[in-house]
Design a protein around this ligand. Structure first.
Ligand code: GDP
Length: 200
């Protein structure tokens, strides 16, 4: 699948005010700085559709985009940052969790994981949340152009082992590099296939 037209729709913090749930929707989430904005820009082949930021924790809104008037992409706030204000240490915003629990047209959540890192407690906690709430998710290992293959594979294997401690099977896994365009086709094909399952 190709994306011909990617348009920003709106930003907000309330799932009730999100765009009408009449199209299939995909949410993108991950720790701040995981490469989420870069991935969205890479998928849509737009330089700055999503804002790439050097300051972790800056995008603290749910941003909706519509692709070819066919499907919606929700760019969710990054989690696990501590830098927004001196006092505020936010793990997950309640409004993000409410969105995930309630958004009726949400087909799948793409959970982004930095392939350079060993399994992080906060990501495992997020998988746990998805599991207990029945929120379907897939994993995207980002920045796959970094480190040696052996190093990345060791991190990914460690994640799989952690997941299999609480799950019977693994979700679909994608490997991506926004620098090299890796994973673009696989992710867009997955979305195209999943779009067919939408019952509007
Ligand atoms: P976000 O906070 O999750 O939206 O992350 P950004 O997309 O703003 O990226 C955070 C930093 O990681 C930026 O400096 C990006 O240039 C860098 N980055 C993002 N994706 C990749 C990637 O695939 N490869 C490499 N080498 N760097 C990346």
């Amino acid at each position: 699948m190709e994306i011909k037209e990617a348009k920003f729709v709106m930003s907000n913090t309330d799932w009730r005010k999100c765009p009408k749930p009449s199209l299939p929707e995909y949410a993108f989430i991950g720790r701040s700085n995981v490469g989420k904005s870069s991935l969205i820009n890479m998928l849509t082949q737009r330089k700055s559709l999503a804002k790439v930021s050097a300051t972790p924790g800056k995008t603290q809104l749910i941003n909706h985009f519509v692709m070819d008037d066919q499907w919606l992409l929700a760019d969710l706030p990054g989690y696990g940052y501590a830098k927004v204000s001196k006092e505020k240490r936010v793990k997950f915003h309640n409004f993000t969790l409410d969105y995930l629990r309630n958004r009726e047209n949400l087909m799948c959540t793409f959970v982004l994981i930095d392939s350079r890192l060993k399994p992080q407690a906060i990501d495992l906690e997020f998988f746990e949340f998805c599991g207990t709430k029945g929120i379907p998710f897939v994993i995207v290992f980002t920045k796959y152009d970094k480190l040696t293959i052996a190093e990345k594979e060791a991190n990914i294997t460690a994640y799989k082992e952690k997941l299999l401690e609480s799950w019977n099977s693994l979700p679909p896994i994608f490997l991506s590099s926004s620098v090299k365009g890796t994973g673009r086709e696989d992710i867009l094909d997955f979305i195209e296939e999943t779009n067919h399952l939408f019952k509007g």
